[in-house]
Structures are given as C-alpha cells and as structure tokens.
Ligand binder design. Sequence first.
Ligand code: GRF
Length: 195
Amino acid sequence: MIKERLCVLISGRGSNLLSIIKSCRGKDFPAKVKLIVSNNPNAFGLRYAKQYKIPFKVITKNFENTLLKQLQKNQIEILCLAGFMKVLSKNFIDLFFNMILNIHPSLLPKYKGLNTHKRVLNNKEKESGCTVHRVDGKIDSGEIILQSKVKIAKNETEASLENKILKKEWTLYPRAIKKYCKEIKRYYWKIGGTA
Ligand code: GRF
C-alpha cells in the first residue's frame, strides 16, 4: 500500500502526535509520519520523535521558509497541525496546496480560538467535542472532516472537560486522516492520475 507522507506540527505536549504515530504504524493505515516539526525547542512531544526514531526539526527563526524547504526535502504530502500554536500565513497555506489539517477542541464553527472549555461552560452548553478540519487561512476555519461529541456533566470543570475531549481527539484525528487520504485518492483517480 502506498502511504501518504505526513508531517506533524506541534508546540507542546504532543498527545495527538503520539496517537497519529501509533495509528500510522498499522499496516493498513494510509499514511506515515515522515517528519515532526516544532516551533518550541522544549515541546514535550519531541520525545515521541526520538522514541519512534522519526526525523524532527525545531524551527525557531524564519519559520515558514525553513518549513517549506523541509517539506519539499521530505516530499511531504499532508501537514497535520496538532497543538501547533503558531498561525500560518495565507500565502504559506496556498503554497502547500491547502493540504493542511488541524484539530480543535470544540464543535466548530462554535468556539474558535483559545479558552474553549471555559467559554463552553460559561454558556452552559449541554455538549461539546472536537473537530478535525482543513485549514483555510482563518483561525480554526475550513471544511470540516470529522467531529466527535461529548456530553457535559452537571459538575463538569474545565479540566474534566478538557480530559474528556482530549481522549476523543486521540481517535478522531487518525480517523480523519484516514478519511482525508481516501478523499485525496478518489480525487486523483477522477483527474486521471495515479494514487
Ligand atoms: C488539543 O486539545 C488540540 O485540540 C488543541 O491543542 C491541544 C493539543 O494537545 N489544538 P496535544 O499537544 O496534542 O497533547
């Protein structure tokens, strides 16, 4: 099976990165992590790059130009943002043919941006969740690929909601990557290329 070549961008803990790495190790999973990039030298998630012997780069200066060179060098086809806290320019997103995915801990289009769980609880919502979407240049915006919902309990706190949603994220992101890879393949066939 030909696997799509992924690069995962992180800034911190990297628990979604870990779930993506583990899924990609499956024989029938349509993608493989070929590169990990962090804009933060102290990102905890970088230890998963070392643990699973995946090439990684820390880029602190001239971020987008350096990243583009790395993506070309490693023939990356899909970019996955996973807890990546830097905003990418529209120019960069266009250059990378819009093949960029992101995960956000809310049911988009509701609660874009930061402090999601706090705002959800303040508004006394009955449910929340997480979304994997294509990145279109605006914050937490773009075509939705998959969502997962959780119910909010009476005594829910920000921390308990974050945990509940994070667990859902770990299965949602790999499922969304799988779905996205299928969609890309279908598109290749439609335009007469090879997958
Ligand atoms: C996740 O909640 C994700 O939805 C958000 O940032 C958090 C990253 O967590 N974008 P981790 O670094 O993957 O553990």
